[in-house]
Design a protein around this ligand. Structure first.
Ligand code: PGA
Length: 251
């Protein structure tokens, strides 16, 4: 009932030229896939070119970041209006790199999520614990705090537009993937938290992606877990063969 959703996070890779060439390659390579939803999240400079190439295809386009503010004196930032105007449908928010490197707090993540929704974009809301928190046995508490804060003041109707991405920070770009059982346990906890915040019915509709060193080799086992509804992919999304390998995990 929840369609698997595989999204690529290209992070700070690819010039506009390279991104266009890669989008063209992906469009061709993934053209026959219709049993999973697909998207790629690019840097703001590459977004317009990639969105033009992928328009009308089975691959959606997202931004990796946008401001919680309207236009104004915010040097270096882009607005939700700007990314939407050049073709974004999705917007990542709360990625652990934004939280740790750029100091985004739960309150900022909440404000950005609201702004993304108000613009009519679909948020991919990232949550996840650090290694220290995992080892300290507080993973569930951390994701509860993150989800509760990020979703504060967001209606059930808007919640249905959000994809949650559970990404244990210690598994991002490290090659250390959470075991499927470990990921499933946390996904089930996240879904229960959503059920408590909204309703069980709504929680059953929300897609929860897993992220952190997802590769073609581990995608199937992860996707086969009952509460894992897709993947947010970094490193392995930068090459067409590995992104395709993940998107076709079931074949
Ligand atoms: P990774 O990154 O797949 O390279 O671990 C995932 C992410 O940061 O979204």
């Amino acid at each position: 009932m929840r369609k698997i959703f595989i999204a690529g996070n290209w992070k700070m890779f690819f010039t506009a030229d390279k991104a266009r060439a890669y989008a063209t390659e992906l469009k061709e390579a993934l053209a026959d896939i219709n049993d999973v939803d697909l998207a790629v999240c690019t840097n703001p400079i590459a977004l317009e070119g990639v969105a033009k190439i992928l328009a009308g295809s089975n691959i959606g386009v997202g931004s990796q970041n946008c401001s919680e503010n309207n236009e104004g004196a915010f040097t270096g930032e882009v607005t939700t209006e700007m990314v939407k105007a050049v073709g974004a449908t999705y917007a990542l928010v709360g990625h652990s790199e934004r939280r740790t490197i750029f100091g985004e707090t739960d309150a900022i993540v909440n404000a950005k999520t609201k702004k993304i929704l108000a613009e009519g974009l679909l948020p991919i809301l990232c949550i996840g614990e650090t290694l220290e928190e995992r080892e300290g046995g507080i993973t569930e508490k951390v994701i509860k705090t993150q989800l509760t804060a990020a979703l504060d003041g967001i209606s059930a109707e808007d919640m249905e537009k959000i994809t949650v991405a559970y990404e244990p920070v210690w598994a991002i770009g490290t090659g250390k993937v959470a075991t499927p059982e470990m990921a499933q346990e946390t996904h089930a906890q996240a879904r229960q938290i959503l059920a408590n915040l909204y309703s069980d019915e709504l929680a059953q509709k929300v897609r929860i992606q897993y992220g952190g060193s997802v590769k073609p080799e581990n995608a199937k086992e992860l996707m086969n877990q009952p509460d894992i509804d897709g993947a947010l992919v970094g490193g392995a999304a930068l090459k067409a063969d590995s992104f395709k390998g993940i998107a076709t995990y079931n074949s």
